[in-house]
Ligand binder design. Structure first.
Ligand SMILES: [Fe+2]
Ligand SMILES: [Fe+2]
Length: 204
């Protein structure tokens, strides 16, 4: 049986990222919004698949299944919305070229023990959601056009909430202090990784 603890935490669930996105990043996005939308659509599709892969890997973790399924649906809904915007603009979905450097480097940082890996994957998911929220906020602030502006405002809120939900999930199984310590480590690693990526019109 998995250890289960009562989750009555008062821990702050909103993560403060260690590295703010650079001004060059939003400039690159605004210079090629079409390419950004293409990448964004792929990210939403992958976020949905990631939530559902948690469901597939951990079917016995009943405490978190409903939220995982909700997130899987919400991310797919985001994908549909991005694709809707792309259709209106006559932009096509793209096949991904090359590996996802950001996710691959993050996953490399996950520890290998069963429990440790489970914790790391949840905390990484929280960081990725929080980074998404941070960057959607920048897009929201930069775009002029009404529909797109509102869309990114909503996404900023939605991904920020997902960031909190993944930490809450971890707190079902791990002590607050262990979660805080590991989150601090992963948060620093995420900052190094995001700062090492080339700047382009893509979410990461
Ligand atoms: Fe999303
Ligand atoms: Fe999300």
């Amino acid at each position: 049986m998995w250890p289960l603890k009562i989750n009555n935490t008062h821990m702050k669930l909103r993560v403060d990222l260690k590295a703010a996105s650079k001004n060059e990043w939003i400039k690159a996005v605004m210079a090629d919004l079409n390419a950004f939308l293409q990448d964004h659509a792929n990210c939403e599709r992958k976020a949905s698949a990631m939530a559902m892969s948690f469901v597939a890997k951990f079917p016995d973790r009943l405490e978190i299944l409903p939220e995982l399924i909700n997130i899987g649906i919400e991310e797919l809904e985001h994908f549909k919305q991005v694709y809707g915007i792309m259709q209106k603009r006559g932009i096509l979905l793209t096949k991904e070229i090359g590996p996802d450097q950001y996710m691959n480097q993050l996953i490399e940082k996950c520890r290998s023990g069963l429990q440790e890996r489970f914790m790391d994957r949840l905390l990484l998911a929280s960081l990725v959601e929080t980074r998404g929220a941070e960057r959607f906020r920048l897009v929201y602030e930069a775009v002029e056009e009404g529909e797109l502006k509102e869309f990114y405002h909503n996404l900023w809120a939605s991904e920020a909430r997902h960031g909190e939900v993944f930490i809450k999930m971890a707190l079902n199984y791990f002590d607050e202090s262990a979660v805080l310590i590991r989150m601090e480590e992963l948060n620093n690693l995420e900052a190094e990784i995001i700062e090492g990526l080339p700047i382009k019109a893509a979410l990461h």
